[in-house]
Design a protein around this ligand. Sequence first.
Ligand code: GLN
Length: 432
Amino acid sequence: MEIQERLTEAEEGDHDINSFIVFDREGVSRRDVAEKGRLKDLFIGVKSNINVAGLLVSAGSKTLENYISPYDASVVEQIKNAGGLILGMLNMDEFACGSSGETSYFGVTDNPNARGHITGGSSSGSAASVAAGFVDAALGSDTGGSIRNPASHCGVVGFKPTYGVVSRYGLIDMAMSLDQIGPLARDVKTAALLLEVIAGHDPRDETSLDLESGFYRFFENLDPALGDVRLGYAHEFDELIQDKGIKRVIHKALDGFSSSGAEIVDVSLPNLEIALPTYYLNVYVEFFSATRKYDGRRYGHRIEDVCGEEVLRRILLGSYISQKEFSGRFYRKALMARSLIRRELSSALRDVDVLVGPTVPKLPHRLGTRIEDPMVMYAYDVFTVPVNLAGVPAGTVPAGEVDCIPTGLQIIGDALDDQKVLNVMAAFEQCR
Ligand code: GLN
């Protein structure tokens, strides 16, 4: 299909979904795109916290409502070099703070596969635009689940790489020790292809890993054969899944794996429950420091003057916890708890290839439901945040539906086992 035609179709379809903040009708992002390449003819959407030269990079906030980016993030440069066509900038929770896609200054996003329900967040537009078929793939960012959570609710594939595998240069920080860019797509193959294009060492990102080139061939090496793979399942997952239907879908997935020849091994994550408070303490402190540059002098408005409730909560709590007298009490403890979670995950992964389990503990709520207690919102992330705290890779692949609402299986690997995770995702996609 012609670009203009596809754009018009997406623009019209998006009136009801609101997955895009801006469509690149003028084609500013497509002016310097390679004629040939591995992403040739693929339409791609970019989460609004990743810089694309010439487009509005708002991070879903009024703070940056007028910020037209002067440069491309490294991942965007790679997409353009590979011939990918960027259709526009996608909706998201404000500054990536959210689990529902409802905190954007540009309005909420509806779930194309479960209309009237949240898409999940914070990469709400990324998951929704893929689910609706407006784009072939999208970039999201994942600090505590923001790729996997909306992928699960919207019934698409999402992958968060090992920390450092994809450059963060040009990503607006939320909590930089946890943030990672990754792909969302309708199938594992397309996600692996986009990942292969955007991954690699980047001297402009100090935390970027420099691995041998064979490591980054995720698409080329994609192998959906399960062989004698060992999959770990933590019994704590069952205790924390709140929805019976989700539990049923996940156990059915485990049965499917067993009958395809995989071995399911019981493992334990005794401290799974402390991952959420640990995560939020880390995030408050890092987010507070990341937002100090929005003082109204350099970029747009002063953040505290215009931001929404959740962003303000994090700034205020982050500022409080960062004060000397409190940081020992809270932040240092959170760092210790983070090491504990990292060790626990890696010990659970010692005797198995990957862990399999749920992505989210409950079904997405209806749009417009007023959630007074932030803990109720935070609870969506109980299974996704440990992965970011440990810096390991994890992906979500559609596993089934509960009351006509999609839910995804999460596959978690040890650091640098990205390929293993993708292979198990591909195998599940085939045997389901
Ligand atoms: N929902 C989590 C939060 O609000 C995760 C966000 C993210 O991954 N960007 O912090």
